[in-house]
Design a protein around this ligand. Structure first.
Ligand code: NAD
Ligand code: WQD
Length: 338
């Protein structure tokens, strides 16, 4: 099948493009490169031994998007493109709603006009918000706590309404937990712009000497070691989940929701120590005040994805850190030239 991947040069998108190529699919990538590099796809092509079509296109440009769909016989879309920084979304909500929600509406309009109605959407565990008990289960009411999360919630609502109104749509809403790690080759990985917001990219930059020390946000939570618990998932496991989801919905109409997580909660210290084992020595860190908006602990109930997609995670926290470290060590400046 020909799969169009929006956001395909980004972190999760590039790994998923590789998995799609290896599974025999053809791929067209649409990305405006606002948070990624074209180099990621050169490396994906090198790893897969196959080519990808790249369209340097913004989802906000509906005419340009129409031209891409006019040129390619797309069978399904995996939709990663979006802005994803929670703190930035609080500062710039209009930019986030416009980019993520309007960009998705444009995509859906163009898909509909081209009779393409199979879609896998990147949602997030953040849609569960702070009012649900853990582990999170797909049937729970959702309610995000920040503008970024609300863009995901709104898009989920739009897709649910479309699926209810028109039975020709085949839609998967994938709620990811905390993706980390990199392809085992160390050729592709996460390359954040500026100071990383997320834990593992920050630790990796400390390990490679780009940052002085890790600040551990809060050591006084009601958790076993006092730091927050999260469900970390290897980006390759996550990518395989997308291939499973697109294959599943390709032959089934309706709107499906799946958590993609491991079901295991790991603390900030668990992650730091796993990364230290990967590097082979301790890393500088310091306890700091809690970060605004952090929930103490959440993880997935991943049983629906196992039952429906025969998908579950296979890689441990140690493997996530080893693979993330190989990428960072071999590419200290990410995709930028050394
Ligand atoms: P990323 O920033 O690496 O990838 C997103 C890609 O979308 C980038 O390449 C960016 O250039 C592109 N993009 C953004 N706006 C666009 C637009 N208007 N038109 C075309 N391209 C555009 O992020 P990622 O970590 O790979 O995340 C992928 C998706 O998964 C996002 O939707 C994100 O919200 C979601 N998600 C990420 C995480 C995470 O922790 N990384 C967790 C849950 C959900
Ligand atoms: C993990 C833990 C921090 C950095 C975010 C988004 C979420 C989703 C995934 C997209 C927390 C602690 C972090 C640091 C630290 N993205 N930490 N020092 O907050 O669970 O989720 O990314 O959908 O929406 O909110 O991930 O990696 O930022 O934090 O101590 O320098 O690490 O306090 O406990 P989070 P994270």
């Amino acid at each position: 099948m020909k799969v169009l991947v929006t956001g395909g040069t980004g972190y999760i998108g590039s790994h998923t493009v590789l998995c799609l190529l290896q599974a025999g699919h053809d791929v067209v990538v649409v990305d405006n490169l606002v948070n990624s590099s074209r180099e990621s796809l050169n490396r994906v092509q090198e790893l897969a031994g196959r080519n990808v079509v790249f369209a340097h296109t913004d989802l906000l440009d509906e005419a340009a998007l129409t031209a891409v769909f006019d040129q390619h016989a797309v069978g399904a879309v995996i939709h990663f493109a979006g802005l994803k920084a929670v703190g930035e979304s609080v500062q710039q909500p209009l930019r986030y709603y416009h980019n993520n929600v309007t960009g998705t509406i444009n995509l859906l309009r163009v898909m509909d006009a081209h009779d393409v109605r199979t879609l896998v959407f990147s949602s997030s565990a953040t849609v569960y918000g702070g009012n649900n008990a853990v582990p999170y289960v797909e049937k729970m009411d959702i309610g995000a706590d920040n503008p970024y999360g609300r863009t995901k919630e709104q898009i989920e609502d739009i897709l649910s309404d479309i699926g209810a109104a028109d039975s020709r749509w085949h839609i998967a809403l994938l709620r990811y937990f905390n993706p980390v790690g990199a392809h085992e080759s160390g050729r592709i990985g996460e390359d954040p712009l500026g100071i990383p917001n997320n834990l593992v990219p920050f630790i990796a930059q400390v390990a490679v000497g780009r940052r002085e020390k890790l600040m551990i946000f809060g050591g006084d939570y009601d958790t076993p070691d006092g730091t927050c618990l999260r469900d970390y998932i290897h980006v390759m496991d996550l990518s395989e989940g997308h291939v499973a989801a697109v294959d599943y919905v390709a032959s089934r109409a309706g709107v499906f929701r799946w958590n993609l997580g491991s079901g295991i909660g790991s603390s900030v210290f668990d992650v730091l120590h796993a990364f230290e084992r990967a590097v082979g020595h301790t890393l500088p860190s310091e306890l700091a005040p809690r970060r605004d908006g952090d929930l103490p602990a959440f993880w997935a109930d991943p049983s629906a994805a196992l039952a429906d997609l025969s998908w579950s995670t296979s890689k441990s926290l140690d493997e996530m850190c080893q693979d993330h470290w190989r990428w960072q060590k071999n590419n200290p400046n990410g995709y930028a030239a050394p």
